[in-house]
Design a binder for this molecule. Sequence first.
Ligand code: FAD
Length: 467
Amino acid sequence: MEKETIVIIGGGITGLSAAYYLQKSIQEKNLPYEIKLIEASNRLGGKIDTLKRDGFIIERGPDSIIVRKKPGVKLVEELGLKDKMIRNGTGQSYILVNGELHKMPKGAFMGIPKDIEGFLESELVSPEGKKRALLDLEMGKGEEEADQSLGAFLRRRLGDELVENEIEPLLAGIYSGDIDEMSLMATFPNFYHLVQKYGSLIKGLQETIPTPPKPTGKKVPGVFFSFKEGLGIVVDKLVEKLNEESITMEKAVTHIEKIDSGYQLSLSDGEIVTASAVIATTPHQTIPKMFNDIEFLNVLTDVPSSSVANVALAFDQSAIKQDIDGTGFVVSRNNDYRITACTWTHKKWPTTTPEGKALIRCYVGRPNDQEVVDLPDEELINIVLHDLNKTMNITAKPEFSVISRWKNVMPQYTVGHLERIEKVRDEANKHLPGVFLAGSSFEGVGIPDCIEQGEKAVEQVLEFLQL
Ligand code: FAD
């Protein structure tokens, strides 16, 4: 019997996870379908990109996966990689405020205090700032609107000073965006629900986020995981599990047309593929281009994306004269720094770095400093070294550096994002039945969120095809 085809567009973690779960269902239920995963570039993994050089493991994109979100760990277990998981080193981390490094206060969640005593001892916020933040405990839930900017919500609950000195540098780094533009409900809906339930964000976090056990001298495992070989091993394993003939690379999907039996996809080399169902996992901007003339998709063109770059610098350990005990720091906006974060990778992930060497990775690309991403390599490295030398005394040039630019690919979930996406999906159900949208542009940028969306899209395809 001739098999029908289900196409997955994009070979990042969302597309690869979808292909993996779809292949599993096809095999388990012996379904008369085959998979075609189409990837435009010459490599798989999308933003996951591990580079091996001179004994170093350098992550050009994500460096770790959070343990707390189950779909990540579940997939890793299915791939037989559980025994290879490593946890991050749990040293002190810092926030750079007004030109000085301050220890990240204990007992805080994303910079929001849970341990009041620890908060009162912290030097990051003035006595007035502390008083203002603690008003959250007495404010009640008020007339909170569900969706609003994350910044407006936090500033109202906790005051500007705590938000700017402690919370913003942590949150902005995750989304590479401006918290005053980001949607509360698309990023941290739990914050809204906690205020509704407990009348206070601080109280809500105290009640629901477990307090870490008191130090016993034993090492506590970190909250993130990776692998000695880097995150690329997850991509390699997924590819190994997939039928080789189901993967097409170096061909972009350029156009999709609805036909009676499903969809006809045109690829960049002229090939035509017919599919019964399609899972699109590309960045959102490409979707209206592939389905041109479909008006309801145009809203995706307006979803902004920001750029970031990271600069990995490899040194001999002896070059770092003023070593700081810890794993790295984030930079608040009230500094004349252009780097936004710095990880002492050799301490956070010791297996990335050969003995006697140091690996430092810094980010640039604040919302109001996007042009930095386009600077020539040498200028960018000099900016990073200049900033690093304000906190660490580095006397030698790096042995080598690796710059990774991520241009216009960090989707920004601005206020109203979830509603907009839901509307697009509703319209797609009506006018493009059998087409499903998944990936970091839609419902979460974290790797576990992407894996979950890939798996969910497979369930939707199976339901649509009544399998
Ligand atoms: P992508 O990885 O972008 O994959 C989409 C794929 O579609 C690409 O391979 C692209 O080539 C392909 N494509 C595009 N157009 C077409 C077309 N027309 N036809 C065919 N193929 C096409 N997350 C974490 O959980 N932990 C972290 O530590 C972390 N750090 C990050 C650091 C950086 C620098 C970046 C950039 C992201 C980070 N993230 C992190 C986020 C996470 O890496 C991404 O959200 C996730 O990898 C996105 O996966 P995806 O499959 O949805 O998209």
